[in-house]
Design a protein. Sequence first.
Length: 89
Amino acid sequence: MNEKTITYITDPAVCSSAIEIVLKNGVIHKVAFSGGCPGNTEGLSRLIVGMAPEQVIPILRGIRCGEKNTSCPDQLAIALQKFLSKNNG
């Protein structure tokens, strides 16, 4: 089994300070946010388990939180995008 763990330090504009993502065989197995709105981040984390990063990125990328230019979901998409760029390029 091919397992990768990504730890991403989020933009200071969002409530969460970091995101840990576990991928198994190229599929999201677990997501844990440090900080943020507990119900929202846990709900988001559960919804994307079993999905490939390529499926998640276009759904979450560009979501804003109020007047902020980013959000916890957007930061998750950015983390996945950076991981894919680093490992596929």
